[in-house]
Design a protein around this ligand. Sequence first.
Ligand code: CS2
Length: 489
Amino acid sequence: MANLSNQTLAGLNGKLPIPAYRLAEQQPQIGIVHLGPGAFFRGHQAWYTEQALQFGGDWAISAVSMRSPDVSQALSPQDGLYTLAVLDAVQSYQVIGSVQEVLIASEQYGQVLARLTAASTKYVTMTITEKGYCLNGSGKLDLNHSQIQQDLSGSGQPITAIGLLFTALAARYQANIAPFCVISCDNLTDNGHKLRNALIAFAEQKDPTIANWLSQQLISPCTMVDSITPATDDAIKAQVAQVLGVQDNWPIKREAFVQWVIEDILPADRPAWQQAGVIYAQDVTAFEKAKLRLLNAPHSTLAYVGCLLGYETVFDAMQDEVLTQFIQQMITAEIMPSFKAPAELDVNQYSNDILARFRNPAIRHLLAQIAWDGSQKLPMRILPAISDNLAAGKAIDKLAFAIAAWCRFIVKRHSDNEKLVDPLAEQLLAVAAQCSGNADTDVALFLAVDAVFPPALSLNKTFFSAVHTAYQQLVSRPAAALVAFTGVV
Ligand code: CS2
């Protein structure tokens, strides 16, 4: 079977939507560099840009991985083309052409830097996950982070995204080219501000003149991104090959729901993202908070509790009536009261729609994938709701149950001798190795991990006791613990 590429593209015309502009004589030029071309980017921002390119403009994307050669190996032979499969009540397929080149920063540094420095590059979007920003517990650039230290002291090739962006911005400054606009598309509260502050903090260490220039000129909107995009598996590859009649090395699957809210501060010269469905809003923080607390917090809770109960996917976990009741109660009793939702959002409807999305039978979203990087995700998704509730004297028992489930999940990975995917894996597995099943000592050991729990939480007696109660019950029988915490009648 032939491979998907510019050559085989025309033959697909009529079968499914294809990027017709790829067949035209004049190709759109690259105007966007994206850092972190994983599944989420390819199902989300690259799709929005694909829709926008139909309105014209030089907004093709150069997709850059920091180190991994995987995406380049799969997509470069296909001229960057890949298929997006939307799996929902109605299934549809589309070939995406917005990614015009795929580079690997560690191997093609000169080319990457040239792209980032070119005046024609107006935007840098990024999905580098929470850990990619190298922030400390207060959301500031962690100047003690070993990779940040390496980038600060070295004059060679940067290894962090922050170091790479700084180097490119400094080169633009020298060449008298305005900074590109940076758009963080990661699930971080206040992502735009955090990114901007991190870049300025890095610059302050390297060159205060550039730090000053960035404070005046760098545009870094906050965004809220949403679409459930599980990792690609062989089943989807086979399905796509059948639909296309050509081989696609790395198709992407996602649900039909897709949302991108961007703070309304972008320069006028921008892709036709609004025509593609992007919402521009004055205040994105409230949307971000609503999404992190009503989607990502329940997602992580399902992942840890679900893994303890032996479920494999979100769909499987959502078939457990006790677990879904627990999630519903956690949302209504502890998450919704923890924050002020945007005025234009009907929170009940929003939350019900999210739970319905979790029940999508066409999406096989592995709980183990969501469980990754808990040390980075919990401080964004669950701990802020706990802190807010504690400050207001509101309940936290169910949220604390999710934290206890995370601890037990780590202990289980350790005792099952399974890999833990987390930047703090070594430290967390060392904690797990000391755990004996005694809640007094085990919980104290976990809460002492200060990269996850700020002192205001780890020293809070109500928090300790809530995690302790949940942990104690989870140690012996997770299913019975869940029943006890759900108040099932
Ligand atoms: C998930 C998210 O993997 C995870 O941690 O909670 O990737 C989630 O699917 C997306 O944020 C949905 O927009």
